[in-house]
Design a protein around this ligand. Structure first.
Ligand SMILES: Cc1cc2nc3c(=O)[nH]c(=O)nc-3n(C[C@H](O)[C@H](O)[C@H](O)COP(=O)(O)OP(=O)(O)OC[C@H]3O[C@@H](n4cnc5c(N)ncnc54)[C@H](O)[C@@H]3O)c2cc1C
Ligand SMILES: C=Cc1c2[nH]c(c1C)Cc1[nH]c(c(CCC(=O)O)c1C)Cc1[nH]c(c(C)c1CCC(=O)O)Cc1[nH]c(c(C)c1C=C)C2
Length: 467
C-alpha cells in the first residue's frame, strides 16, 4: 500500500501514533507535524545542573491495567528500562494521600484492590472519607451526613485528575470503574470491591513483569518524564521512517474525500490519511470550513487551565509524608492540590544537602472565577498564592530557595455529560463520509499518559492492523 500518513501534533499521543505506525510497512511515508519548538506537549521537565528535576506537567505514570502495561512495553522497546524510577505500593507515597478540610490535613487510609483509573483512592474515599469533615450540627439527617462526605470525596478526586468540576463531568467518561461497576455488578461498592472483571490484556515485557512482581504503584524516569518524548523523537529520527517537523503548525486542512491537503506556514503538503493528535479545539481551527458537523462536536469538548508552581525548600520541611494533598472546592476553589514530589521521587532532589520539592496546582475549572483572565496574570501573584498555601496547609514558614511558575492553558480536556455520545457521533460522521481521519490524544478516550499513548497506538493500528 503506497500511503502517506500525516500525524498532527507531537505530544505523547502523536509520538505514540508515529512509533506504532513506523513498525508497519503498510505505509510508505509518515510525517509528524508539531507546532511548537519541542515535542512532548504537556510532558515537560526542568533538569538543573545540580541534578534536580522538576516536572511541569505529569509526574507519575501508573503501570496497572492494559494501558499501563502498553506504556511499559514501549518504554522497554525504547531501551529506557534502566531509567525507570518505580514507586511501590508499600512506599509511603502510595499509602498516604491527604485531604485538606477545615484547615487540617486528613489522611485517606488505603483500602482494597486496584481499580483503574484510581489505584486506590476512589474506594478509600467512598468508604473512609467518613473520617473527615465533622459536621457542626448536633444531629443531622442520614442523607446529609453521607452526601456531605461523598461530595467532598468525589469533588476532590475530580480536581485531582481532571482539575475539573464533578458537577459537570460525566461519570461514564471520567470514572468508568464506577459506571461499569454499577452496570456489571448491580452495585457500586460490590463492583469496586470485586473489580471490573478481566480487561484487554497485553503481552508482557520484562518491565511489565517486574512492575507486577515488585508491586509498582507508579513510576517516573530518572531524567524526568520528558525523557519519554525525547526517546521517541530520537527513535523517529534514527529509524528513518518518520519525517519529523517541529515549529510547523498546521494552519488548515482541506479534503477532496480521498486525501488531505495540509496547509503549513510556508506551503502545503498532501497526505492520504491524517491521525489528528491535536487538542480538539486546535483540530477545529485547522479544519476551517471542512467537515462542519464534526467541528461542531469537537468544539463542545472544553478544556481547563492549570497554574503549576514548583517550589524547592532547603532541608526537610514537610510535617507529614505521602504523595500530597487535595483541596476540595468547598475549602478553596482556586487551590486544587499540593504534590510532595520529593517523597515519591527523592532521586529528583539536587545532589548535596537535603531539599524538599513541592508542586502547587491551581485553577482548573475555577481558574477564571478565581484568577481572572490568564493573559493578565503575573507569575508573582501565582507564586505568592502557592507559597501562602504551603505555609497555611503545611506550616512551612521559610521561603523557597527556587521556584518555577507555569501557566498551562487549556491543558486538561473536560469530559462533560454526553461526552461518550459526542465521540460516537464524531466517529460515525467520519465513517459515513469516508473521511481519512483518525482521532487520538487526551480530548477523547482518557487523559492519563497511558490512555493517550494507547489512543495513538489504536489510531495507528486502525490504519495498518496490529503491530
Ligand atoms: C498539569 C497536568 C498534570 C498531569 N498529571 C498527570 C499524571 O500525573 N499522570 C498522567 O498519567 N497524566 C497526567 N496528565 C495528563 C497527560 O499529561 C496529558 O493528558 C497528555 O500529556 C496529553 O497528551 P496529548 O498528546 O494528547 O496532548 P498534548 O500534550 O496537548 O499534545 C498536543 C500537541 O499538539 C501540538 N499542536 C497544537 N496545535 C497544533 C497545530 N495547529 N499544529 C501542530 N501541532 C499543534 C501541541 O504543541 C502539542 O505538542 C497531566 C496533565 C497536566 C496538564
Ligand atoms: C491537584 C491537581 C492534580 C494532581 N494531579 C493532576 C491534577 C489535575 C493530574 C492527574 N493526576 C492523575 C492523573 C491520571 C493518571 C491515571 O489515571 O493514570 C492525572 C491526569 C493521577 C491521580 N492523582 C490523584 C488520583 C486519585 C489519581 C488517579 C490515579 C491514582 O489513583 O493514582 C490524586 C491527586 N492528584 C494530585 C494530588 C495532590 C492528589 C492527591 C493527593 C495532583
Amino acid at each position: 500500500m503506497q500511503k502517506t500518513v500525516a500525524v498532527l501534533g507531537g505530544g505523547i499521543g502523536g509520538l505514540s501514533a508515529c512509533f506504532h505506525l513506523s513498525k508497519s510497512h503498510q505505509v510508505s511515508k509518515i510525517v509528524l507535524l508539531e507546532g511548537d519548538g519541542r515535542f512532548g506537549g504537556w510532558l515537560s521537565s526542568t533538569r538543573r545542573e545540580d541534578g534536580a528535576v522538576f516536572e511541569h506537567g505529569p509526574r507519575g505514570i501508573r503501570p496497572a491495567g492494559a494501558v499501563g502495561r502498553n506504556t511499559l512495553n514501549m518504554v522497554e522497546e525504547l531501551g529506557l528500562e534502566s531509567e525507570v524510577l518505580p514507586v511501590t505500593y508499600d512506599h509511603v507515597a502510595s499509602k498516604n494521600r491527604y485531604l485538606y478540610v477545615g484547615g487540617q490535613l486528613h489522611k485517606m487510609p488505603s483500602v482494597v484492590r486496584t481499580v483503574a483509573p484510581f489505584s486506590r483512592p476512589l474506594v478509600q474515599s467512598v468508604l473512609k472519607e467518613i473520617l473527615i469533615s465533622r459536621g457542626k450540627e448536633e444531629d443531622e439527617s442520614v442523607h446529609s451526613f453521607v452526601s456531605r462526605r461523598l461530595d467532598i470525596a468525589i469533588d476532590s478526586l475530580c480536581r485531582g485528575v481532571f482539575a475539573g468540576d464533578c458537577r459537570k463531568l460525566s461519570v461514564r467518561s471520567c470514572l468508568p470503574p464506577l459506571y461499569n461497576a454499577e452496570k456489571a455488578r448491580g452495585s457500586i461498592i460490590l463492583g469496586m470491591l470485586l473489580g471490573p472483571g478481566p480487561g484487554p490484556d497485553e503481552l508482557s515485557s520484562t518491565l511489565t513483569k517486574r512492575a507486577a512482581q515488585e508491586n509498582w504503584a507508579q513510576w517516573s524516569l530518572k531524567r524526568g518524564l520528558q525523557n519519554l518524548p525525547e526517546a521517541l523523537e530520537e527513535r523517529m529520527r534514527n529509524g528513518g521512517r518518520v519525517e519529523v517537523h517541529k515549529d510547523t503548525p498546521v494552519m488548515g486542512l482541506s479534503t477532496n474525500g480521498t486525501g488531505w491537503e495540509i496547509q503549513l506556514e510556508d506551503g502545503t503538503i498532501k497526505a492520504d490519511h491524517i491521525i489528528a493528535a491535536l487538542p480538539a479545539k486546535a483540530l477545529v481551527s485547522a479544519l476551517l470550513t471542512a467537515a462542519q458537523p464534526l467541528s461542531q462536536q469537537l468544539r463542545e469538548i472544553a478544556t481547563v487551565t492549570v497554574a503549576m508552581v514548583n517550589l524547592e525548600y532547603e532541608g526537610s520541611v514537610l510535617p507529614v509524608t505521602g504523595f500530597g494533598h487535595l483541596v476540595p472546592s468547598s475549602e478553596d476553589r482556586g487551590l486544587l492540590g499540593v504534590v510532595y514530589d520529593s517523597v515519591p521521587f527523592p532521586q529528583h532532589n539536587r545532589t548535596g544537602g537535603p531539599t524538599t520539592r513541592i508542586t502547587v496546582m491551581m485553577g482548573g475549572a475555577w481558574f477564571q472565577e478565581v484568577f481572572g483572565n490568564p493573559e493578565e496574570l503575573t507569575e508573582q501573584l501565582l507564586l505568592d498564592r502557592a507559597t501562602q498555601a504551603v505555609t497555611s496547609h503545611l506550616g512551612v514558614t521559610t521561603l523557597p530557595i527556587w521556584s518555577a511558575v507555569a501557566l498551562l492553558k487549556d491543558c486538561i480536556p473536560q469530559y462533560y455529560l454526553g461526552h461518550r455520545k459526542r465521540l460516537e457521533n464524531m466517529r460515525q460522521y467520519i465513517r459515513d463520509h469516508n473521511l481519512p481521519l483518525s482521532l487520538a490524544g487526551s480530548s477523547y478516550d482518557g487523559v492519563s499518559v497511558n490512555d493517550v499513548i494507547f489512543s495513538g497506538r489504536t489510531a495507528a493500528e486502525g490504519l495498518v492492523g496490529k503491530v
